[in-house]
Design a protein around this ligand. Structure first.
Ligand SMILES: N[C@@H](CCC(=O)N[C@@H](CS)C(=O)NCC(=O)O)C(=O)O
Length: 208
């Protein structure tokens, strides 16, 4: 088994590393250097035709892509500690929050990153990706609005999806940390989200 990985600040592979750290699991890592375009090589495209990481390759050659799907695979193999919930209600709420932070935070952040960040300018030119700076700037404000929304949603609770740490916290942490790298800090007024971020960042797994 091998996890195709990339260093910080890449947020998606980090999610799997944090998940594995919470489960106290070790998996061999192989770096796929995004800046060099290694994720679009014919060899890597055979593992994930979308040319994205992370990818988990099993010993029989099966390749599982998509961060949450890889983590679900490990949860099925190693149910404790449960990070996708135990009861039907917990499972439903954690799934809801993973989808919400991916669709309402991460999607906007990706547009800021690809369309406006200086780091991606040369990369997009090389890859033939057309950038739309106005759309990127509009996405920045949408992301900030969603951070304020999330701040209100988590008022009175310690974790994104309820009373226990879960995959929803891992997803949100990696998204907000990547937003910080891109230059979008949690807004000053979002006290609940800032306190949550400090709590989750203090867990040893956050260093993964
Ligand atoms: N939905 C995918 C997204 C994966 C993704 O966007 N990974 C980034 C690195 S953090 C990547 O490979 N970007 C290169 C590209 O999209 O071409 C997941 O959850 O794993």
């Amino acid at each position: 088994m091998k996890l195709y990985d990339e260093k910080m600040p890449a947020p998606n592979p980090r999610r799997v590393r944090i998940f594995l750290a919470e489960k106290r699991l070790t998996v061999p890592l192989e770096r796929i250097a995004l800046a060099s375009g290694a994720h679009k090589s014919p060899e890597f495209l055979r593992k994930n035709s979308l040319g994205q990481i992370p990818v988990l390759e099993l010993d029989d050659g099966t390749a599982i892509s998509e961060t949450v799907s890889i983590c679900r695979y490990f949860e099925a193999l190693h149910p404790e500690p449960a990070l996708f919930g135990r009861t039907p209600v917990e499972i439903g709420l954690i799934d809801m929050w993973i989808r919400r932070v991916e669709l309402h935070l991460s999607a906007h952040l990706s547009q800021v990153w690809i369309n406006t960040h200086p780091y991606t300018e040369a990369y997009c030119a090389r890859m033939g990706i057309v950038r739309y700076p106005d759309f990127g700037e509009a996405s920045r404000q949408r992301l900030l609005d969603r951070m304020i929304w999330l701040d209100g949603e988590i008022a009175g609770r310690n974790f994104i999806a309820g009373d226990a740490f879960s995959m929803a916290d891992i997803a949100t942490l990696t998204i907000l940390d990547f937003a910080g790298f891109v230059g979008i800090a949690i807004p000053e007024g979002a006290a609940n989200l800032k306190a949550w971020h400090a709590r989750i960042s203090a867990r040893p797994s956050a260093a993964a």
